[in-house]
Write a protein that binds this ligand. Structure first.
Ligand code: 5RP
Length: 235
């Protein structure tokens, strides 16, 4: 249970994530071809989904955005297949959700490339998150992850810096750069640039060496947010 102060319940971030995830699990219908995101909020979604599969004998086909999600799904008895064709629904977390536009920053978990492939393939792409992820302007609270090829890394980082996004190479430990499921690197960038997110996303993609950006600027149909007061809200 969350903490109660006076008459107000304060739900913890984990409780907010779980509430959003459980609501999203209700969107799943038998027969669906479903995209599974990555991250701690999605883990709650997988738990809720597996409960529904067992309780209601739901038959669904799933695609995973990361090896971590694939493994967790397998532990819960949810098999995954490769992505092919259009998905009915994809559910994923986010690092920031911009109030009003539903533009997103994703990729702190490193899965942004497959996440975007699955988001783009979904007839309905729904984000689940805790209230801290809601922002007035993208870049307020998190860096922007950009996936780059493992060749001429310093040059690519410098080119990204030239357009107003100073960045640092993500490390797994002091000596080892982080490697994505696709064998690429990630640069975590500060959004010190006055470009709208769709323009910034397109500009980044013109740089040779950039594979994908964590800006998701179209296609998010809804965000289900677990609120600190224990409720969920749909934006
Ligand atoms: C992974 C992501 C995640 O969806 C994002 O980092 C949110 O994670 P969490 O639910 O743990 O807060 O984009 O690449």
């Amino acid at each position: 249970m969350g903490a109660v102060t006076g008459a107000t319940m304060i739900a913890t971030p984990d409780q907010q994530k779980r509430a959003a995830a459980r609501e999203a699990a209700l969107l799943v219908e038998t027969g669906m071809y479903l995209g599974l995101g990555t991250g701690s909020t999605v883990e709650y979604f997988l738990d809720a989904l597996s409960e529904r599969i067992k309780a209601e004998s739901l038959s669904i086909t799933c695609v995973a955005t990361s090896l971590v999600t694939e493994r967790r799904a397998a532990e819960l008895g949810i098999g995954v297949v490769p992505l092919s064709g259009m998905l009915d629904l994809a559910i994923d977390g986010a690092d920031e959700v911009e109030f009003g536009t539903l533009h997103l920053i994703k990729g702190l978990g490193g899965a942004l490339l497959r996440e975007k492939q699955i988001a783009e393939s979904a007839r309905q792409f729904v984000v689940i998150a805790d209230e801290s992820k809601l922002v007035r302007r993208l870049g307020e609270r998190t860096p922007l992850p950009v996936e780059i090829v493992d060749f001429a890394v310093e040059r690519t980082i410098a080119r990204i810096g030239d357009i107003g996004l100073p960045g640092v190479l993500r490390m797994s430990d002091a000596a080892t750069p982080y490697r994505t499921d696709n064998g690429n690197r990630i640069v975590d960038c500060t959004m010190a640039v006055a470009m709208t997110p769709p323009v910034l996303e397109a500009t980044l993609k013109t740089i040779a060496g950039v594979v994908e950006t964590g800006l998701f600027t179209h296609g998010c149909a809804a965000a289900i947010i677990g609120m600190t007061d224990g409720s969920t809200r749909r934006f």
